[in-house]
Design a protein around this ligand. Structure first.
Ligand code: CS2
Length: 440
């Protein structure tokens, strides 16, 4: 038996506190992976539970039909399992109404975004999904391709404009520095090239707030599904597993209506940058270091790597002595306490967060996680021994052959580390990740 609207879960399992059938879809979410289901969809479910209405989510997968096959037969329902040393709790989330697959039905995606009830299009398409060229501008050839977010949003904006409908809020929930401004610039570049007549309307009618999103969500495994089936009494193909902690800081700059996410734990602020920078350089920077250093020492999971006495001090220094000083903290933002909390979160043995999952797409992650910190210190004549150790571990990982390199720039990375001076080939003047930071 699959999870469905008819399922009566055990009393300990949370469930939607509102009438799902009466909600219009106010949000289209592009990139409906585990992270969205364990994070933004939970806030939205809470907001509707607290009395907000019509914020159902239409999920979109750009390429694969896997999530649609998991969720559509369950009417969009799925379980979030929260796991810590204190125990596990389950909750059924009802915010997602259905999942569309863009590669199978592009028009349905465009229609969903162009629907008058839609006010927000949110994104978790990962760093590479923004289709940036090496210099940060839009890779136009890729942006015209079949699985480009820009094509769908561009076509839907044209339909809204033609129908006299208002613009939209485009909400990036990916780990990019200045994610809102980046999305705005890239979307504008796409429109300027393909649909020039929409540029002014886009700028006047649409908003792209910045966000800092944080929750550790390992990929769900078959074992997770089996355990959850035991607890739930029915099979849930769409279940996700996560930690107790969750944070969402959002720039309060929306084009139209939005859920009252701040009533259910999100923070609406005028400037997300201090939170976003701290998260990218401390949490994600430490994560990537744990991944490459940990894999080099044959660990499999984050909690194992952080427990290794040879690794933990490197990670502590990376967060406290290298990343934290580069951050211009907001009033009340305590970076030392943040580092303490992160060490506890990494140590959570109830989550089996694979290092290899974090090691993926290094070329897309390392600039905002490590290189900005390296450059900040270099400008002041200082060095970052921990991040430098992490860079060495990345190079060893790329050279090692023990794991396949899952990265959109895999070929260029492989070529760069094949030569004698991998550091220069990666980070030097014309290196794959050339930036303001120069290795010596
Ligand atoms: C991780 C992130 O896979 C990765 O690269 O660093 O997904 C991380 O778990 C999240 O950003 C936590 O909010």
């Amino acid at each position: 038996m699959r999870l469905s609207a008819e399922t009566v879960p055990p009393a300990s399992v949370g469930r939607p506190a509102y009438d799902r059938r009466r909600q219009a879809a106010g949000i289209v979410h592009i990139g409906i992976g585990a992270f969205h289901r364990a994070h933004q969809a939970v806030y939205t479910d809470d907001a509707m539970g607290a009395g907000d209405r019509d914020w159902g989510i239409v999920g979109v997968s750009l390429r694969s039909g896997a999530v649609a096959a998991q969720l559509n037969p369950q009417g969009g329902l799925y379980t979030v399992a929260t796991r810590s040393v204190a125990g596990s709790s389950l909750r059924v989330i009802g915010a997602v109404q259905r999942v569309l697959v863009a590669s199978e039905d592009a028009q349905a995606v465009i229609d969903a975004i162009a629907a008058p009830t839609t006010h927000i299009v949110s994104f978790t398409v990962t760093e590479k999904g923004y289709l940036r060229a090496a210099d940060g501008s839009l890779d136009l050839a890729a942006a015209k391709g079949a699985s480009s977010l820009y094509r769908f949003v561009g076509a839907a904006l044209a339909a809204r404009h033609a129908a006299g409908l208002p613009g939209l809020t485009l909400l990036s929930c990916d780990n990019l520095a200045n994610n809102g401004a980046v999305l705005r610039r890239l979307m504008r570049e796409y429109l300027a090239s393909e649909q020039g007549e929409l540029v002014d309307w886009f700028e006047a009618q649409c908003r792209c707030p910045a966000t800092m999103i944080d929750r550790i969500v390992p990929a769900t495994t078959e074992t997770d599904r089996a355990v959850i089936e035991g607890e739930l009494g029915v099979r849930d193909e769409g279940a996700v597993v996560t930690e107790g902690f969750s944070q969402w800081v959002i720039e309060n700059d929306f084009a139209g209506p939005r859920p009252c996410w701040e009533a259910v734990g999100a923070e609406m602020v005028s400037d997300v940058a201090p939170y976003e920078t701290a998260k990218l350089r401390m949490l994600n920077g430490a994560h990537s270091a744990l991944a490459y250093i940990g894999l080099g020492k044959r660990h499999k999971f984050v909690h194992q790597a952080i427990a290794d006495p040879a690794i933990r001090p490197v990670i502590e220094r990376l967060m406290r002595d290298e990343a934290a000083p580069t951050i211009d903290a907001a009033p009340g933002q305590d970076l030392a306490a943040y580092a303490d909390a992160l060490l506890d979160r990494f140590a959570n043995p109830a989550l089996h967060h694979r290092l290899i999952q974090i090691a993926m797409d290094g070329s897309q992650k390392i600039p905002q996680r490590w290189v900005e910190t390296l450059a900040w210190h270099q400008e002041r004549g200082a060095r970052c021994p921990s991040i430098e150790a992490a860079v060495d571990a990345w190079i060893a990982f790329l050279r090692g052959g023990a794991h396949p390199i899952d990265d959109p720039l895999a070929d260029r990375l492989r070529a760069a580390v094949a030569g004698p001076d991998a550091m220069r080939a990666l980070f030097g003047d014309r290196g794959v990740l050339a930036s303001e930071w120069r290795p010596d």
